[in-house]
Design a protein around this ligand. Structure first.
Ligand code: SF4
Length: 452
């Protein structure tokens, strides 16, 4: 181990040494890959020399991140590198997993095919995953220990790796200056890519429309507009959420102007601080688990059960803005490709205003759409993974007293249709739908075009 001063001068030398040009280039490439969200393009080391270059490239990438101090880029790189680590850990032997856990500061013991971890270490490592199966009550604690299978252990390690990667050392002035000089062009390039990624993400979110927002946002926004004094975590959430939707601090300020305790200078400082305008550090929108633990989540709806972040909710609701061709393709993918190509190519997506009212039995025999009052016998949110991205959709079975058994609907990829069906199911109420009977192979299905 070098004393600190010596370590700095060693690092400065490495920054200039022609022998390590490959590692420096690789460092920039791995950062670019994370910023551009294309980690797949990075290879894996094939021999010992490669291993050394990858290790050094990691070190250089940490120096660059620390000197650049861009929270957004640091977060992206942390998450992408952790996913990469998770992928390689999945195939590792038990002894390697125990070693890596130890190195990451979480001692783990192998018990048969399972792994045992102290509950305090588990709680710290999973603090951002506090829902469903991650809740301690759902895992069970015996003698202060939690049992995890290999997959869960590796997922937990991913969380710890993200934290480690985001915790960067501060660079002393001289070394920081040198890193900035050496990589200034690469950093500029990275900023251009970061801007492109943000623009792409904004496009995916579609037009600004609060009708796509989750209950946590809509509820608190309504409270704010009625003059309710919101606690800090709720304001923090609203501000980060609106920033992620591309809203400027000035527009966000206008929303807070109705709050009973509104003080322009204080609110401006808070908003500009959170949005990164004064601090340079832009805060991310908290995940559902954080919002739940802070009491900001009012309790989710059926779509909330399929997502882990409020922005995923908003993005999923933006499905309705996709071009018709994309909507049909995604419907077909959710239906696992069944049905012939002609059916999907010609499937109508809008309900006619003049669909006649019918019973479900008559609607199944009709040539066109019908309006039918139905009960929702079954409703279930689903996810289909396509090329590393999810299509979130719902499966439903509808019934009335003119049919002997309920009929399955085509996948519901439009959640503004799925949510009222889930609501009707949970309340045991009937709901009016406009639907078209279709054949998938020799099976009758209902294509829901409108609800209510
Ligand atoms: S589950 Fe998530 S998205 Fe849904 S209301 Fe709660 S915090 Fe918001």
């Amino acid at each position: 181990m070098y004393p600190r001063g010596q370590l700095e001068s060693q690092l400065e030398k490495l920054l200039d040494d022609p022998l390590y040009g490959e590692a420096r280039a690789l460092a920039v490439e791995r950062l670019n890959a994370a910023v551009a969200d294309r980690m797949e393009s990075l290879g894996t080391p094939v021999d010992e020399r490669d291993e050394e270059m990858y290790m050094l490239s990691y070190l250089f990438s940490r120096l660059i991140l620390s000197a650049q101090a861009d929270t957004k880029v640091i977060n992206w790189v942390g998450v992408t590198e952790a996913l990469r680590a998770e992928r390689s850990l999945k195939g590792e032997e038990t002894s390697t997993l125990l070693y890596v856990s130890e190195q990451l500061g979480v001692p783990v013991k192998a018990v048969g095919e399972q792994f045992q971890v102290h509950y305090t270490a588990y709680l710290t490592a999973t603090k951002n995953l506090r829902t469903g199966k991650w809740k301690l009550v759902n895992r069970g604690v015996v003698d202060g220990k939690v049992m995890l299978d290999q997959r869960t252990l590796v997922r937990m390690l991913r969380e710890i790796v993200v934290e480690h990667l985001q915790d960067l050392p501060e660079l002393p002035g001289k070394l920081g200056k040198k890193v900035l000089e050496r990589f200034s062009n690469d950093m500029e390039n990275m900023q251009v890519m970061a801007k492109e990624r943000q623009e792409r993400a904004l496009r995916e979110l579609g037009q600004l429309d609060f009708g796509k927002a989750p209950p946590c946002f809509s509820g608190h926004l309504a409270d704010l507009q009625e003059g309710v004094n919101l606690p800090h975590p709720a304001r923090f959430f609203l501000t980060t959420f609106l920033t992620a939707l591309g809203q400027e601090p000035e527009q966000i300020m206008q929303l807070y102007a109705t709050a009973p305790d509104f003080k322009e200078s204080v609110t401006r400082y808070q908003v500009e601080h959170i949005t990164g305008k004064v601090s340079g550090a832009e805060y991310d929108t908290p995940s559902c688990s954080s919002l739940i633990s802070q009491g900001v989540c009012p309790g989710g709806n059926a779509l909330c059960r399929e997502i882990i972040h409020p922005l995923s909710y908003y993005r999923t609701m933006a499905e309705r803005e996709k071009p018709d061709g994309v909507k049909r393709k995604r419907l077909r993918l959710a239906a696992a490709g069944s049905g012939d190509a002609k059916l999907w190519a010609q499937l109508p997506l809008k309900a006619p205003a003049d669909a006649p009212p019918r019973s479900l039995a008559a609607a199944l025999r009709a040539d066109g759409p019908s309006r039918v009052a139905v009960q929702v016998e079954y409703f279930q949110g689903k996810r289909t993974k396509i090329d590393d991205k999810y299509i979130r959709w719902a499966s439903a079975r509808l019934v009335d007293d003119t049919v002997a058994r309920s009929v399955e609907a085509l996948p519901l990829t439009q959640w503004e249709l799925a949510l009222p069906l889930a609501h009707a199911k949970s309340r045991g109420e009937s709901v009016e739908v406009t639907l078209l009977p279709v054949k998938l192979g020799n099976q009758s299905r209902l294509h829901v075009l409108a609800v209510g």
